[in-house]
Write a protein that binds this ligand. Structure first.
Ligand SMILES: [Zn+2]
Length: 206
């Protein structure tokens, strides 16, 4: 079953977010919020009117997403020429949810046709911003690399930290970049040691 379908009702925004992540992975794309209105604001009005409150876990009374790769949000221009503001590339892909009842967020519309851009490759499904080394982990990773720990052994350690999405290849790339920055050139011994690490990496039985 597709993770998101028109008419589907989510019992919380969190539940929807899980489905959204699945949808993005399956469809090699990413949704970004275009506009939204909050449940907390709606509940203030309801409280004032004496009407039943909505479940705050729904988070949004109304939320619209557009495709991240489909364009540039409208420019906010100040002054007299505002009317000239334009949409650049227009990808028609769109997802719209509305809380029709006090306890359900309904998929109102889902336009799945993309235009004006390609979709992500499989390997970029984990977005680059999530694969970067988190600053909090940097000194720890540097210490492990200085101790010549193999990237594949470092990977499970990072999983418990903030850089969990980095893979062994990312770590190896980071190590190479850092070596280059640190020394501008490695000594023969260091190069030999790194080569040995790489051989072990390629063939764990070595
Ligand atoms: Zn698109």
């Amino acid at each position: 079953m597709a993770p998101i379908q028109v008419g589907q009702v989510f019992k919380s925004f969190e539940e929807f977010e899980e489905a959204r992540k699945q949808y993005e992975m399956l469809n090699h794309m990413k949704w970004v919020t275009k506009s939204s209105s909050s449940i907390s604001q709606e509940n203030k009005i309801r409280a004032a009117d004496g009407r039943p409150l909505m479940n705050p876990n729904l988070k949004h009374k109304n939320i619209k997403f557009i495709c991240k790769f489909g364009g540039v949000a409208r420019k906010k221009s100040k002054g007299l020429r505002t009317h000239l503001s334009t949409w650049k590339i227009e990808c028609p892909a769109m997802l719209h949810l509305v809380a029709h009842t006090t306890d359900g967020l309904t998929v109102e519309a889902l336009h799945e046709t993309h235009a004006g851009h390609g979709l992500m490759e499989e390997e970029t499904d984990v977005m680059p911003e999530n694969r970067k080394l988190h600053p909090d982990d940097q000194s720890q990773l540097n210490a492990l690399l200085d101790g010549k720990v193999k990237p594949s052994l470092i990977k499970p350690l990072l999983a418990d930290m903030k850089s969990g999405a980095m893979n062994a290849r990312d770590i190896a790339n980071y190590r190479a970049k850092r070596q280059k920055e640190n020394r501008g050139g490695r000594t023969e011994d260091e190069m030999l040691q790194d080569t040995l690490v790489d051989i072990q990496e390629a063939d764990p039985s070595a």
